[in-house]
Design a binder for this molecule. Sequence first.
Ligand SMILES: *Cc1c(COP(=O)(O)O)cnc(C)c1O
Length: 439
Amino acid sequence: MNDITTSDPEIAKTITNELQREEQGVELIPSENNVSKAVLQALGSVFTNKYSEGYPHKRYYGGQEYVDIMEDIAIERAKKLFGAEHVNVQPYSGSPANQAVFFALLELKDKFMGLSLTDGGHLTHGSPVNFSGKYFECVSYGVEKETELLDMDSVRKIAHKEKPKMIISGLTAYPRKIDFKTFQEICEETDAYHLADISHISGLVAGGVHQSPVPFADAVTTTTHKSLRGPRGAMIMCKSEDRLHDKYHPNAKLKDGSPKKLSQLIDSAVFPGLQGGPHDHANAAKAVAFGEALQPAFKDYAAQIVKNAKAMADELMSQGIKLVTDGTDNHLILIDLRPNDLTGKGKLVQNALDDALITTNKNTVPFEPASPFNPSGIRLGTPAVTSRGMKESEMKVIAQGMAKVIKDPQNSSITEGVKKDILELTKQFPLYPGMSILS
Ligand SMILES: *Cc1c(COP(=O)(O)O)cnc(C)c1O
């Protein structure tokens, strides 16, 4: 039972270097966050040793007395946090969670609607290179050319014309609020299931600063590692009853002849439909993160994420940087590099910002004129820097540094200067004080 520093110095070195990278830089990738020490401890625990196929109190192997208690707590906390009727905490990650919902509700080749990738949707919302676009028929909806905003009337029109069996609401690169309620109305008008994928914004929803789809959507998926600030993983929340049972699943019956519930369709799609044994260590860490999100301080955290994003957006714009939709009302900002003469130069700018210790990701902008490998946008967000305790004034400093780099991305004396400012800033906000390698 050796310590990793002596048993495997090669990998230990990569971990200590990563810790230092995270301490020194500012993390602005909007899908990332910094989890608590308690979450890291649960992740690094002996639950990783256990196999527990099945669900609490209905397992296929022995030795489940503590796993069952842990998974029950995770489920109860998630229910309380989001007001959900039914929760499955076993999905390994966001993509498998969405896959499980597809397999629970649709047949292969069935038609569904999702937000197109270039307009801010996720791969699993119908991209042709993903299972969702390959094995199902996707009709994409997108943002309007003029406003770069979602127009619910045009979503409604497409839904009435195409009659999809499911509509996905949710975003991965859209800086504005989503009107889940109107999505639900459209789904009810057209007899479509509503899958709300709140992976990016579940921390904002839990913190009460974004409308929640949980009270009405048939199924809600979320990753647990983004703004929710838990371990890598996901969960599915859903209604108990299948609103469209008679139309789409008339033959889905239990042994006693009663209709299968929606929650049963989803649970069996996760296990045994798609997955084997749940990742108990990750689920323990999910429980810890849900417990943290139930504390009053998490509401302040979620509100601060949004305030920080606004402060950063305002400062970027006042420095002459163009933002998609000219601002943000969530945690996410999309910079449009085209007016800075950087069309198709997202990668160049991402690398220049990396050199200045500001971590972001290149991204397409709506109606992208260049290629997805060299797109014209930069995506960023504030969940991680907010976890670190940074506030509006720090956002200003970071935004000013970013603007300098964007205006002259190939000038290394500028990136060096910004890097110094960033090092100075991050020193004042230690991430994991005293941590060496193990949690
Ligand atoms: C991140 C994300 C996912 C996928 O999550 P993975 O854990 O990376 O598989 C799915 N949907 C949306 C909207 C996301 O933002």
